[in-house]
Design a protein around this ligand. Structure first.
Ligand code: TYD
Length: 138
């Protein structure tokens, strides 16, 4: 897997004088079967979240309110994204280390996930992540 396999998705959006509506459908905008959602909110501006990788998990990340910077790292290449639009999602493929930083005070960050929570799916330290991506068959 490569950081190049992480990409932004523009979601369909309907705006009129009543406000805006955006949506995402599994199979069309969500490129995996949805098994879980979670969300981050009330994150202090100096706090950093993420700082882990996943073996199998795929995710779609949306800043429902406010903004956040996300760095994705495949062990060779890093890419940075700023999410600040509720109609835009970042797809994160497996075997990617991710860091979430610079949350705005009003940020609500929704994560759509392809699997139930499983601590065994995590790489919690960067050296073991680097070793796994360097030796994917081990
Ligand atoms: P953590 O992995 O530290 O959050 P992040 O990486 O997004 O900064 O998760 C915080 C706690 O929440 C941790 O004890 C695990 C727990 N948790 C669940 O129980 N279920 C979940 O779906 C998630 C994402 C976390």
């Amino acid at each position: 897997m490569s950081a190049d396999n992480c990409y932004l998705i523009d979601l369909p959006q309907f705006s009129d004088q009543r406000g805006s509506l955006a949506f995402a459908e599994v199979g069309q905008h969500v490129p995996f079967e949805l098994r879980r959602i979670y969300y981050l909110y009330g994150v202090p501006p100096t706090a950093e979240r993420g700082a882990h990788g996943h073996r199998e998990l795929e995710q779609l990340i949306i800043a429902m309110a406010g903004s956040v910077d996300i760095e994705v790292d495949d062990g060779r290449q890093r890419r940075s994204f700023r999410l600040d639009d509720p109609a835009r999602a970042l797809y994160v493929c497996p075997l990617i280390w991710r860091d979430l930083r610079r949350f705005s005070p009003d940020a609500v960050v929704l994560v759509l996930a392809s699997l139930p929570y499983d601590e065994n799916d995590y790489f919690r330290d960067y050296p073991s992540f680097l070793e796994a991506v360097a030796n994917p068959c081990r």
